[in-house]
Design a protein around this ligand. Structure first.
Ligand SMILES: [Cu+2]
Length: 166
């Protein structure tokens, strides 16, 4: 075997292995990083998914839709305190991800709301979810389910089922 053919094989293997090192899933302009969902109690009809949306392009982008088999409907929500009551609602005009910037969806803040959950989300399971961006197109990720208490914010989303939705 001539030495250069060996090198050619090695380069192909490195190229094939490279995507495995990426932090998240995405297109060339948008990355969906560290998606996770919180486990839900039996009978819960709603759940929430969190992630970081990292826009690597020079143009602002926004998700125009989210879909998954685990729920009837998915919306991106924001939370706001109004008259002392924490409320959440779909973001008017969508969640804008600034050019070369990122937005973190996390407990107590922005989240993907799972509405009409088909079955409880249990710790350790994973489910597919697809985000559609205005410019970056469709990006599918696998969402692992973490413990119910998993949060950096003890206040917010734990009582989500009892919160007012508009
Ligand atoms: Cu919500």
């Amino acid at each position: 075997m001539r030495p250069y053919s060996k090198f050619a094989v090695v380069s192909v293997m490195i190229a094939a292995a490279f995507p495995a090192f990426a932090q998240g899933t995405g297109s060339s302009t948008m990355a969906v990083e560290q998606p996770w969902a919180r486990a839900t109690p039996a009978g819960a009809k709603t759940g929430a998914v969190y992630m970081t949306l990292d826009n690597k392009s020079g143009t602002a982008d926004r998700p125009t839709g989210v879909s998954s088999d685990v729920a009837d409907k998915l919306q991106i929500h924001e939370m706001k305190v109004e008259n002392g009551v924490m409320k959440m609602r779909e973001i008017a005009g969508g969640l804008s991800i600034p050019a070369s910037g990122s937005v973190v969806l996390k407990p107590g803040s922005y989240h993907v709301m799972l509405i009409g959950l088909k079955k409880p989300l249990t710790v350790g399971e994973k489910f597919p979810l697809t985000l559609t961006f205005e410019k970056a197109g469709n990006i599918s990720v696998t969402v692992p389910v973490q413990a119910m208490g998993a949060t950096q914010d003890k206040g917010g989303m734990g009582k989500m089922d009892k919160m007012e939705m508009k």
